[in-house]
Design a protein around this ligand. Sequence first.
Ligand code: IMP
Ligand code: MG
Length: 181
Amino acid sequence: MNSDIEKVLVSEKEIDETIQRLGKELTQEYRDKNPLFVCVLRGAAMFMMDLVKSLDFKMEYDFMDVSSYGGENTITTGDVRIIKDLDTPVRDRDVVIVEDIIDTGYTLDRLVELFESRHAKSIKMVSFLDKPARRVKHVDVDYIGVKIPDEFVVGYGMDYDEHYRNLPYVGVLKPEVYTTK
Ligand code: IMP
Ligand code: MG
């Protein structure tokens, strides 16, 4: 699997430092609020599980699965579908949406709209990665881990055709991995 990677964009050490920094920032903001962290499956699961361990306050978390594109297609359509909804009501809750990466912005834009319609008390977003070059929808992400260039990345929860999620770092695939499939 490692041999399919052309280069490492975010190393394990940088991931760890990023988590610690975000954990401190979030602890400042949420220590007395009992927030609900919403993990956007499946890409953000690994980030979320590391992130919550760095939080020093009472909180709850839940999971949601949405999809904007599937399989081998790496171009989003802007059509965001809810595949699994939350089990926890968000009314009057301070909600923190946890994403692996913000790319076009469609997913986060749609989720903010959804939680507003469900009367969340506040809605903020934390994204591990930010790919600003490809933004279509303007979204103000409150907490950002690492800004990356316009490249398709895998690892640390993120996939190409469901593989590579279990890499402990974020990397870019060799071009032949896409072309020889
Ligand atoms: P957006 O709706 O275009 O902002 O994209 C959000 C989702 O697309 C992310 O949560 C990821 O699941 C997926 N995605 C976007 N860019 C990448 C990438 O470079 N690698 C893997 N998944 C990506
Ligand atoms: Mg995602």
